[in-house]
Design a protein. Structure first.
Length: 222
């Protein structure tokens, strides 16, 4: 006779169901935080959005700080790693690296509608609750490497002399992120069609790389 399985602890899902509930809670938290801000969102509201009890949120994440750590570690950090996963060709040419970073970043942001509002409200904002967590996970060696490679191009005369290498990645962030951050306002523009990720990537790459070219000679007055 087969022994009966041990009883499950009340309120605690097991196996795949356990992971499903946890993922739903992360999705619910991202949606609520993006729409209303982290400070204005309670754990009970996250639970309601996910369709579970508040006790389930505390079971999986203990408190809000643990939930925020999980969001950054599991939803934001993998995107950062993917964005900086350069091919051999990109590693050899900072201009190709910029194109790759822009393409991967725009595709990643386009598939994560919660990211632009969180970027503005919780990362750019000095009092944002994700700011320190995200900065601690930035790939600083890669950022420094890009800056140094651009500075070397500039020293060789292959980079516009007015470009500040330390500001290039800041420009990349703006060009790749802001179009999605203001997507809700596009209906007020003459053509309110939402911009696709590949369109944003091509525009950002063309605009930035054109600016990285040689300066156009100034015409002398006739």
């Amino acid at each position: 006779m087969t022994a009966a399985p041990p009883p499950r602890t009340r309120g605690r899902p097991a196996g795949a169901a356990d992971q499903d509930v946890r993922a739903r809670l992360l999705d619910a938290a991202l949606a609520r935080f993006a729409a209303h801000g982290i400070a204005a969102t309670s754990m009970a509201q996250v639970a309601k959005h996910a369709g579970v009890t508040p006790a389930m949120v505390h079971y999986y994440f203990d408190n809000r700080d643990r939930l925020l750590d999980a969001l950054v570690d599991e939803r934001v950090a993998p995107l950062i790693e993917h964005v900086w996963a350069a091919s051999d060709d990109e590693a050899a040419d900072p201009r190709l690296l910029l194109q790759g970073v822009i393409a991967r970043m725009t595709a990643g942001v386009a598939s994560r509608p919660w990211l632009p509002p969180l970027w503005i409200g919780e990362i750019l904002n000095e009092s944002g609750l994700l700011r320190g967590r995200l900065f601690a996970r930035l790939p600083l060696p890669r950022l420094r490497g890009l800056t140094q490679a651009l500075a070397a191009l500039q020293a060789q005369g292959a980079l516009h002399p007015d470009i500040e290498p330390r500001l290039v990645f800041v420009s990349v962030l703006g060009l790749a992120m802001l179009p999605f951050a203001v997507a809700g306002q596009q209906r007020h523009l003459p053509d309110g069609t939402p911009l696709a990720a590949d369109v944003v990537a091509r525009h950002a790459s063309a605009l930035l790389l054109h600016g990285l070219g040689q300066p156009v000679p100034t015409r002398k007055p006739a």
